[in-house]
Design a protein around this ligand. Structure first.
Ligand SMILES: [Zn+2]
Length: 63
């Protein structure tokens, strides 16, 4: 599983998501940015920032 923790991008935010594929993690993270952090326009560099922080969830084996 792949994991994104919003706190790595927005300090203090406890939200996180996990999915099998990076694309799904990024999609959910973008939705969260919109709804929780008021990012109505998702800039290219935000997607890059999210992608850079997606990591393997500890304790799971790579597929
Ligand atoms: Zn957040």
């Amino acid at each position: 599983m792949r994991l994104f923790e919003c706190g790595t991008l927005v300090p203090g935010c406890e939200w996180h998501t996990r999915a099998d594929e990076d694309a799904e993690v990024v999609r959910r993270a973008v939705q969260h940015m919109r709804s929780a952090h008021g990012e109505t326009v998702i800039r290219e560099n935000m997607v890059d920032n999210i992608k850079a922080r997606v990591r393997d969830e500890p304790g799971t084996k790579a597929a």
